[in-house]
Write a protein that binds this ligand. Structure first.
Ligand code: NAD
Length: 344
């Protein structure tokens, strides 16, 4: 059955990029139901809460949430801020695996980051003598469920998985490595290798095309996924999926960009690529997701660019809607070819 999607248009450039992503979904996958809900700065203005109860309830009942960025300068110094609703939403949906793809030329990798364990969630405090501590903890079940996500993903892609840890120093990393290899027994068709995180950081910068799926713990993933982000060109291009919990959450990586809001120049490709991830992971509509990904590549090759991708070689830039329209045109053609093929 086609997924039911709650859309959170968000703040500043949020509604601009969301409108384009929704149009792409509407044309390519008209059975997917889309329902807008109030969230972020506008929700605070109208209800005093950035994640009003009926929005949260709608998200809980949906198959997926497609979220545009939130955040508005009006609330930067306020007690109630749009970003608080975002953290609450992630916690309420109980999502534990963050997927960040990076594609550019020969580079095609996905970082799968564990999101609810490790150093960011372990015991912390201050001792009597003034020492401050954070602890890194993992239960084997947390590693196992994340590793399975990674292997399933690798199986659907290039069948290579790199597990990143610091097993030469950390106990949690030795646990991580052991559990990943136990899970690997169930996926004999996927090649696995282990890499220490310092080496992984270097390889991502010097030979990123060698990676397919990378699985790693929370803090390593936080740092490596931001490093991988620069491979794609612009922040505006990057998509993310946060899955494995009650309801899948999809969102572009970028923020609400108040500096360019209302100018019609926001790059919509991160939001469109997030919609493609939704089709792939929640909708199981792999063919449709591939059409969107291919359309994005073609549009870039054809030179359609918002100003964030402007280079000396590019003579002019396109608006948000022009880039969205160019994507739509590309996949309309591919969709027509696909339907023609099915009809034969
Ligand atoms: P930002 O990502 O909004 O902007 C950083 C720079 O990138 C700016 O120059 C901006 O113009 C540019 N940029 C971002 N997205 C773009 C796009 N799609 N097309 C073209 N250019 C783009 O980060 P920031 O300025 O640090 O934060 C602004 C607001 O966004 C803050 O309120 C912050 O809290 C919020 N934020 C929200 C999320 C989220 O909702 N997931 C993530 C990050 C930041």
């Amino acid at each position: 059955m086609a997924p039911r999607v709650v859309c959170l248009p968000g703040d500043c450039i949020g509604p601009e990029v969301m409108a384009v992503a929704q149009r792409v979904l509407g044309v390519l996958a008209p059975d997917v139901s889309l329902e807008d809900r109030l969230f972020g700065a506008e929700a605070i203005r109208r209800t005093g809460d950035s994640l009003p109860p009926d929005t949260l309830q709608a998200c809980r009942m949906a198959d997926a949430v497609l979220k545009a960025p939130i955040g508005h300068p009006e609330f930067d110094a306020a007690d109630v801020r749009p970003e608080q609703g975002m953290l609450r939403l992630r916690a309420e949906l109980d999502v534990y695996a963050n997927l960040r793809p990076a594609r550019e030329g020969a580079i095609d990798l996905v970082i799968v980051r564990e999101l609810v364990g490790g150093l960011y969630f372990g015991a912390r405090g201050v001792r009597d003598d003034g020492t401050v501590f954070d602890t890194c903890e993992y239960h084997p079940s947390q590693v196992e469920r994340l590793a399975r996500r990674g292997f399933e993903l690798a199986r659907a892609r290039g069948r290579r998985l790199t597990s990143v840890d610091k097993a030469n120093v950390l106990e949690t990393s030795r646990l991580w490595r052991r559990v990943v290899h136990e899970v690997a027994d169930d996926y004999p068709d996927v090649d696995v290798d282990d890499m220490l995180v310092d080496n992984a950081a270097m390889q991502l910068a010097s030979a990123p095309e060698r990676f397919d799926v990378v699985v790693t713990e929370n803090m390593f993933g936080d740092i490596l996924s931001d490093e991988a982000a620069v491979l794609g060109g612009s922040l505006g291009m990057l998509a993310s999926a946060t899955i494995g919990g009650k309801v899948d959450l999809y969102e572009p990586v970028h923020g609400s960009a108040p500096d360019i809001a209302g100018k019609g120049i926001a790059n919509p490709l991160g939001a469109i690529a997030s919609a493609a991830m939704l089709l792939r992971h929640t909708g199981k509509l792999e063919a449709d997701a591939n059409i969107v990904d291919a359309a994005i590549s073609h549009v870039l090759e054809a030179g359609h660019r918002t100003p964030d991708l402007y280079s000396g070689k590019t003579k002019k830039y396109n608006t948000t809607w022009e880039v969205g329209g160019a994507v739509e045109q590309q996949f309309s053609d591919s969709a027509m070819r696909r339907y023609a093929f099915h009809a034969v």
